[in-house]
Each structure stands twice: as C-alpha cells, then as structure tokens.
Write a protein that binds this ligand. Structure first.
Ligand code: URA
Length: 297
C-alpha cells in the first residue's frame, strides 16, 4: 500500500466540511458503498487543531452515520477526557468512510479494508486535511498509522511516537481503542487504557508549541520535548494513581500513602508496569514511574 501524500492527488473543490460531507454521501469511488448503510463522514469543527483518524466505521457507526459512537468510541471518549482533551474540539474521522464487513448469521463482522479501498478513499481524507489544516494528526491503529507514516511503522514499538513526515502535519501514532476492548480481562484493559492516555498526553507538546503568551518556563521546557512530555504524563497519571487509591479505599479500606507507594516503586517497576496482577498496584506503578521521571528532571 502506498503512503498517504497530502501534496499528491486532487481534492474536492469545496470550501466547507458541510459541502464535503454532502458530496461524500454519494461516494461510489469503490464498491464498499454497495453493502454499507451510509457514508460515515468525519465530524468536528473546521478549526480543530487535532484530527484523530481510525480505520473504518464499525457496525454501530454504520447505522448511526457518525464515527466512533460504538464501543470503541466510548473507550476513545473516556481516554480523551482522561488526557484532558475535549472531543468536541477535535475532528474525528476514518481512513475509509464505509463499513466493510462479512455477514455471519445476523452479525456483521468487521473486515479490513484493502489497499485499493484505502487509496480510493484518500480523496476524502486529503480534502478533510486541506480544509482543516490541523496542528497534529493522531493515527489510531495500524491501518491509519501505516498509511500516514509508512509500512515500517509498528504499533507496539512506535506507539506514543510523534512522526514528522514531510508531506503531512506531525503524526502521533498510537493504538486503536478497539485493541483495549479485545483485552482478555479488565485489569489488562485498564493497564492498556492508561498507556493509551499516556500516548494521548503527547498531543500537548505539539499544541503548546508557538502558543502566544506561553509562560517562560513553558518555552524553556519546549526546547526539550521529552521532559515536557513526561511532565504532562506525570500530571495525568498522578490523577490515575489518586483514582486507583480511592477505589482501593472503597473496596477494602487499605491503601498506601503516596510516599509508601513511591518507596515501593522499584518493586513495581522491576515487574514492569504492564506485568502486575493487581490493577491497583499496576496503576500506582505507572503513576509512580511518571512521578519519578518528572522528579528526576
Ligand atoms: N473503529 C474505527 O476505526 N472507526 C470508527 O468510527 C469506529 C470503530
């Protein structure tokens, strides 16, 4: 599959997202329209600084005609809110705008779009990007990431990385929220969601750049993105730690103080943040990791 190039290829000749969406309703650029209920176009303001790009609409999205309104959308909403990002201020769309599925009895099972379908649908994505001119793109999962950044991208290795392709705004690569839904148990899912929020926190680095009236300390931090990234993560994950602590308090009344947890962090971290069996301990470990990193700045 080719890599997406914003400079190449034509775009729709329209001046607004509303007009673009109206055109997309009649899209027959590939055969997917034949079985889907409707085009599921992107939604959000034209002034959005952030565009989030998934793979393709799912069953619920196909019926509702809106992106990310099903179970994956719920995970996305919660994660954005935990990262302090307002969904209403983002533009949310998909690489492919029609639901592709195989029918199994009454169920419609998601089926991956192929390279030809993705290439045909790039017409819409290119037009969306040209109208919106976002400051940063979030590639949710392998389909969007591979297409935007290149085939060599690996979600496990590259998640949380901001790529700077020449032909596009910066692209933050992360998991697709449906990955969290596929986790075998709630604890692992919680841990994965924390990592997802951690990835989303990186958005602030790019958005903070060039803000008028930014404090001097922000400007100083901006000169070195990595510490700023850690600071942002630590603030959010500290909230996760507090949340985990209050849940533990509710369930059995015992919880360590922040200092005790911090003292134990080496044990937790030695097991690696993803390995702990205890979700509370895991969340604390991730939070403590971030706190320790921020302190070490
Ligand atoms: N998965 C996607 O990639 N997009 C949606 O809109 C819903 C689920």
């Amino acid at each position: 599959m080719d890599t997406f190039d914003l400079r190449e290829g034509e775009t729709a000749n329209v001046g607004s997202l509303r007009e673009l969406k109206a055109q997309a309703e009649h899209c027959k650029r590939c055969d997917l329209y034949k079985h889907a209920t409707q085009t599921v176009f992107g939604e959000g303001p034209m002034q959005a600084e952030i565009i989030l790009i998934g793979e393709q609409p799912g069953d619920k999205e196909d019926l509702a005609g809106r992106p990310f309104v099903g179970p994956a959308g719920a995970v996305l909403n919660e994660s954005l809110s935990r990262a302090g990002i307002d969904r209403e201020r983002c533009y949310i769309t998909n690489t492919v705008k029609h639901f592709k599925f195989t029918q199994r009895g009454k169920r419609r099972l998601h089926s991956k779009p192929n390279a030809g379908e993705i290439r045909q649908c790039a017409w819409w994505l290119r037009s969306e990007l040209k109208l919106i001119e976002p400051k940063i793109i979030v590639a949710l999962g392998a389909t969007a990431a591979g297409y935007l950044v290149g085939k060599a991208v690996r979600i496990t290795k590259d998640r949380g990385t901001i790529f700077r392709p020449q032909n596009l705004p910066p692209v933050l690569v992360t998991i697709h929220p449906s990955y969290i839904l596929r986790m075998r148990d709630r604890h692992t899912a919680n841990a994965e969601q924390i990592k997802f929020v951690h990835d989303l926190n990186r958005l602030k680095e790019v958005l903070d750049q060039g803000r008028v009236g930014a404090a001097k300390s922000d400007i100083d931090r901006r000169n070195n993105h990595e510490p700023l990234h850690r600071m942002n993560c630590s603030a959010n994950l500290f909230r996760s730690w507090r949340h985990a602590r209050s849940r533990r308090n509710e369930s059995n009344g015992s919880w360590k103080t922040q200092n005790e947890v911090h003292g134990q962090s080496q044990n937790c971290l030695a097991r690696d943040t993803g390995q702990s069996e205890d979700p509370h301990e895991h969340e604390a470990a991730v939070a403590v990791l971030a706190i320790s990193e921020a302190r070490a700045l």
